[in-house]
Write a protein that binds this ligand. Structure first.
Ligand code: CA
Length: 361
């Protein structure tokens, strides 16, 4: 299916004397950004951990496991010693000026930023730690040695992030509004793995700290995303402690989405124009998770309505997942799939290649 792809960016990390090849590009561009990568690894890993039986039954488990390992192999490479984590390869400005296949991309790809004691990055470290703890859980019965490496890295990154509080260097892409949510996410999973009450204490403390905008974490009007892990952390803490505090916070957010947030005439919940489907489906996952705790059918109905919309039950009668159904968007923002260059505006043409399984914004 992806025979139109080949090896690319094989010198990544050379400028810092490391092999930082692998991992995932970002959003149809070619930078490897720390926050969205760790977020994706976290949520896909959590999906497998939570719904393993479904992935098994539908024949998707092995594929998801290999995808998850592609993430964590890279994340482990970025952590060459206990006090260092490299979290961005590629310069956003330079990269975004290029339209073409990653396999043919010219120019340098600097290893931009490293987290260490002098330059904190509690957000990206917390989110990455969470992804690695979840991989430990998903992989411990498959390869115990690899799983232990993930867990060891998860602990080290959490220590580094929680002992040196501060934001990562974002260079205007993916601005981070809180690191407390990410540390709460990391500590929750470390508590689940280790059963050490100090992690739970940390998680319960961090999850109540406000973000940079001064928003109350208990009245969250966003959804889970690379910048906002308050809700998933609260969900885990609700499962662990059964406290009303977390239950009420989850219900506040779900009620807001289901009853107050703007809905398009076609039925899509509209949080933001940048990745509107992504947000609606992230919230749908939270609704399904909370449905699993409460059995409240309205939550499942809500999630189903958004999923159905994305898959074709919408005014355009079009699946917004490429390759699903009979018709889907033909111009996804993805340079490799597009397969043309800027020359003569050729990049405006329909994608040459099928970006199977991608959800458009
Ligand atoms: Ca955050």
């Amino acid at each position: 299916v992806f025979d139109w792809r080949g090896p690319c960016h094989l010198d990544d990390g050379e400028d810092v004397g490391l092999d930082l090849t692998g991992g995932f590009h970002d959003a149809g561009d070619h930078v490897k950004f720390g926050l969205p990568q760790a977020y994706t690894a976290s949520i896909l890993g959590w999906s497998l951990y939570k719904y393993e039986d479904v992935f098994e039954q539908t024949g998707n488990k092995q594929k998801l496991l290999s995808t998850l390992k592609y993430f964590t192999d890279y994340l482990l490479k970025c952590h060459p010693d206990p006090d260092t984590f490299y979290y961005q390869v590629g310069d956003g400005g330079d990269d975004h000026a290029y339209w073409g296949a990653p396999e043919e991309q010219p120019g340098e790809r600097p290893t931009m930023f490293a987290a260490n004691e002098a330059t904190p990055a509690s957000d990206v470290l917390g989110l990455t730690s969470g992804a690695l703890s979840i991989m430990y859980l998903n992989y411990k019965d498959i390869d115990a040695v690899y799983a232990e490496r993930c867990l060891q890295a998860a602990k080290e990154l959490y220590q580094l992030g929680s002992n040196n509080l501060g934001y990562y260097e974002e260079s205007s892409f993916y601005i981070s509004y809180s690191f407390y949510d990410d540390l709460a996410w990391a500590a929750s999973w470390l508590y689940i793995v280790e059963g050490d009450g100090l992690y739970l204490e940390d998680a319960e403390n961090f999850v109540l700290q406000q973000n940079k905008k001064g928003e109350d974490p208990l009245e969250n009007r966003w959804t889970m995303c690379w910048d906002n892990m308050y809700l998933p952390a609260m969900f885990k803490l609700y499962q662990i402690t059964n406290k009303d505090l977390y239950k009420n916070a989850l219900e506040y957010n779900l009620n807001y989405w289901m009853n107050s947030l703007e809905t398009t005439p076609g039925g899509l919940k509209y949080l933001d124009n940048w990745g509107v489907l992504r947000y609606a489906l992230a919230e749908s996952m939270l609704a399904l998770l909370y449905y699993g705790e409460t059995g409240d059918e309205s939550l499942r109905e809500f999630a189903r309505s958004q999923l159905d919309y994305a898959l074709g039950d919408n005014p355009a009668n079009m699946s917004y997942v490429i390759g699903f159904g009979d018709t889907w968007p033909k111009h996804p923002h993805h340079r490799a799939a597009n397969g043309y260059t800027y020359a003569n505006g050729d990049n405006q043409k329909e994608a040459k290649h099928l970006l199977l399984g991608a959800l458009v914004g």
